[in-house]
Design a protein around this ligand. Structure first.
Ligand code: SAH
Length: 269
């Protein structure tokens, strides 16, 4: 389904909301549906991790509103964002709510859909390329590989993982992808070790995917805390724990050797 047209309730012409996944930051990873919705938008409410460099030309007819949230500070609260979105739609505007990655992957997209439903506003969701898959791929890491990992779990590190979660992930034995996980890296790494995951399990931390300063830091579960501290790893970053990390180095014997040694690491620019 494409962007919806306005409809009328009584004398008021009600607009629409389109929740658009903007992808992981590369302008060419915006979908055609995303570009179309932006071109037709009257108002764009965009997040910090949404691709915003070229927004004025992508949405030439729109008022652009930065509602970006930074760790620890919320320029516009979630309720405030929903109110803005509803207010503009009720005023008859075609509102695009542009988010980083995919709107339904830790994007609070479903809360915004519910806010539209509560206010009788037609809402469409345009899926985006999620950083959970694309950022590891940008560092050469596939999340699955026949014979190595046939599943992956994408988990939020916003709050520390519980013992049950850590145990379940260890038992599953497949790829783990953590978003918003830099702050809780200590509980993640120590917890996985405590539940029996081998200390030489490779870990990759990919910061600022698709930006000119993208950086991948690779280590092992037992070394990752020290390595992340000395490398000065910061958010936004995607963490990957699993044997698939080795595939980023296939054919590069020296780098494979680095991954195999717990006390050292490789930084791949
Ligand atoms: N809906 C988004 C995720 C929102 S949560 C998606 O599908 O991608 C925000 C987290 O996503 C960040 O803390 C970080 O873990 C990750 N992230 C998003 N874009 C990123 C990027 N370009 N590079 C590294 N991590 C990114």
């Amino acid at each position: 389904m494409t962007a919806q047209s306005s409809r009328s309730t009584g004398s008021v012409s009600v607009g629409t909301v389109t929740l658009v996944g903007g992808g992981p930051g590369a302008p060419d990873l915006l979908t055609v549906a995303a570009v179309t919705a932006l071109r037709q938008a009257d108002v764009v409410l965009f997040d910090r991790l949404a691709p915003s460099d070229d927004l004025a030309s992508l949405a030439p007819g729109a008022t652009l509103i930065d509602v970006g949230k930074r760790a620890g500070s919320h320029p516009v609260s979630q309720t405030g964002i929903e109110e803005l979105m509803v207010e503009h739609a009720l005023a008859g505007k075609r509102v695009v709510r542009l988010k980083g990655g995919d709107p339904y992957v830790f994007g609070r997209g479903s809360e915004e859909v519910l806010a539209c439903h509560r206010n009788g506003i037609a809402v469409t969701v345009v899926s985006g390329v999620t950083s959970a898959i694309a950022v590891p791929a940008a560092a050469g890491i596939p999340l699955t590989h026949r014979g190595i990992s046939h599943a992956f779990t994408v988990i939020s590190g916003h709050a520390p993982l519980t013992d049950n979660e850590l145990e379940g992930l260890t038992l599953l034995g497949s790829t783990i992808v953590v978003l918003m996980g830099v702050g809780t890296l200590p509980t993640l790494s120590q917890g996985l070790l405590r539940h029996g995951m081998p200390g030489d399990m490779p870990v990759a931390i990919i910061e600022r995917g698709f930006s000119p300063t993208q950086r991948a830091t690779v280590s092992t579960l037992s070394a990752v805390l020290a390595v992340a501290a000395s490398a000065g790893v910061r958010s936004p970053a995607v963490l990957v724990v699993g044997e698939v990390v080795r595939l980023a180095f296939s054919g590069d014997a020296a780098a494979e050797d680095l991954v195999a040694r717990a006390s050292e690491f490789a930084v791949i620019d």
